[in-house]
Design a protein around this ligand. Structure first.
Ligand code: ADP
Ligand code: MG
Length: 408
């Protein structure tokens, strides 16, 4: 199992890399978490509900402001690279022309410049803030491409660092909502990944000991107490290390199928459809896709109700995870042999429930197990993978952790 770094270790790493790469001390260190979605999969792009938690694995960013307006960035995860540099003026178009991972950081800088400086008339009203140029180093224990949203962790840590350096109050909830919008837009328009706002919302708006109920229809974000210790439970993420690419054909096909079901039902998004109308859809494939969205929204509501009850039960929460997995496998058809095996093996090892998380076609499984059992379940799943001739999965313990903020 790969534990997250303690916060002081992450901050020390980003700080030390800064001194090596740029010389002298940074102005500060900021961090942002990866996330895992407890329940509510493939509902975000259908105007539905999801329930992410921020996890303990975080990206750490050290920053020192520059007067010349340019941005330089180095990442410990790309040790061979010389600092990537984008000279002023930092604009979304110029950031988008940069190849590779630095576009994530340049994109955030460009979007913040446009929005916090008040030059974007569609942005929320904020005191105009002059986002400076910056030297930035990154070190992160969020695994990349495992579906834990290393990209949003990087974007949101950089956004907090730049906004703080600009003199904005990064504790202000309305500023945080503006950062969600800016970082998501950077990922969509600069990097070119057509993702929803779940990852950035979790990184910036979640809180320790809570999940974040997101209504992707109206954009409302509500904290929901989620205390795994009080449930005598633990969370385990099992990354099957099989391909996970949001831009692959399977994801696009599902989106197109949902759009076709919306047209057939005459609704603006599937979450607004009625059960009886979905049951009456002539095309069995569209019927199954729509049914997943409606039943998954219902499972998110049931999960939240269970958490809010006087005696929440890990068994009942686990049963909802199992039902979510079955629906993603059978109705939405996005599971794989590896994901099914990880979920089944986790249950056989004593988990209350387990489900694939993320878009599917590979990626990770989330298991809710008895307290103190995460390592044992991880070991049992690894044995099952070996027996099936599959490479060992990567396992991460998860806790509902703190949102993005300043470390030092
Ligand atoms: P996920 O967000 O699920 O981990 P993505 O494909 O959305 O997967 O994002 C992974 C990409 O984000 C990486 O390929 C890289 O470009 C960028 N990235 C994430 N973390 C870092 C990091 N610490 N340093 C440099 N780039 C990073
Ligand atoms: Mg991502």
């Amino acid at each position: 199992m790969t534990e997250p770094w303690p916060a002081d270790e992450g901050a020390r790493r980003a700080d030390a890399l800064f001194r090596r790469a740029f010389g002298g001390a940074p102005d500060g260190v900021w961090s942002a978490p990866g996330r895992v979605n407890l329940i509510g999969e493939h509902t975000d792009h259908n105007g539905g509900l999801c329930l992410p938690v921020a996890i303990g694995h975080r990206a750490y960013v050290a920053l020192r402001a520059r007067k010349d307006g340019s941005v330089r960035v180095v990442s410990a995860q790309h040790p061979g690279d010389r600092p990537a540099t984008l000279a002023a003026p930092i604009t979304p178009a110029r950031a988008a022309a940069e190849p590779g991972w630095p576009a994530y950081v340049f994109g955030v800088a460009a979007m913040l410049r446009a929005r916090l400086a008040g030059t974007d008339p569609t942005a929320d009203a904020h005191p105009p803030a002059a986002v400076p140029g910056a030297d930035i180093t990154v070190d992160s224990c969020v695994p990349q491409g495992a579906g834990l949203s290393s990209s949003a962790a990087l974007e949101c840590a950089a956004a907090c660092a730049l906004a703080d350096a600009a003199g904005a109050d990064i504790g202000d909830p309305s500023l945080r909502r503006a950062l969600v919008d800016a970082t998501r837009t950077a990922e969509n328009e600069v990097v070119g990944v057509p993702s929803g706002a779940m990852d950035q919302s979790a990184a910036l708006l979640a809180s320790a000991g809570h999940a974040l109920l997101l209504d992707c229809g109206d954009g409302l974000a509500t904290p929901v107490p989620f205390d795994v210790a009080a449930l005598s439970a633990s969370l385990l993420i099992i990354d099957t290390r099989t391909t996970h690419a949001l831009v692959d054909g399977g994801y696009a096909t599902r989106r197109a199928e949902c759009a076709a079901a919306e047209r057939a039902l005459g609704v603006r998004n599937l979450s607004g459809a009625v059960d009886a109308d979905v049951a009456g859809l002539a095309d069995p494939l569209l019927r199954a896709r729509a049914r997943h969205v409606l039943t998954e929204n219902a499972r998110v509501r049931a999960f939240v109700r269970e958490l809010a009850s006087t005696t929440p039960s890990a068994q009942r929460l686990g049963a909802l995870l199992d039902a979510s997995h079955a629906s993603l496998r059978d109705d939405f058809a996005v599971s794989t042999r590896e994901l099914d095996l990880a979920a089944t093996a986790a249950r056989e090892a004593g988990a209350f429930g387990a489900r694939m998380v993320g878009a599917g076609f590979g990626g990770a499984v989330l298991a809710l197990g008895p307290d103190g059992d995460a390592a044992r379940i991880a070991a049992r799943v690894t044995v099952a993978f070996r027996a099936a001739g599959l490479p060992a999965p990567a396992c991460y313990p998860a806790q509902a952790s703190a949102p993005a903020g300043r470390e030092r």
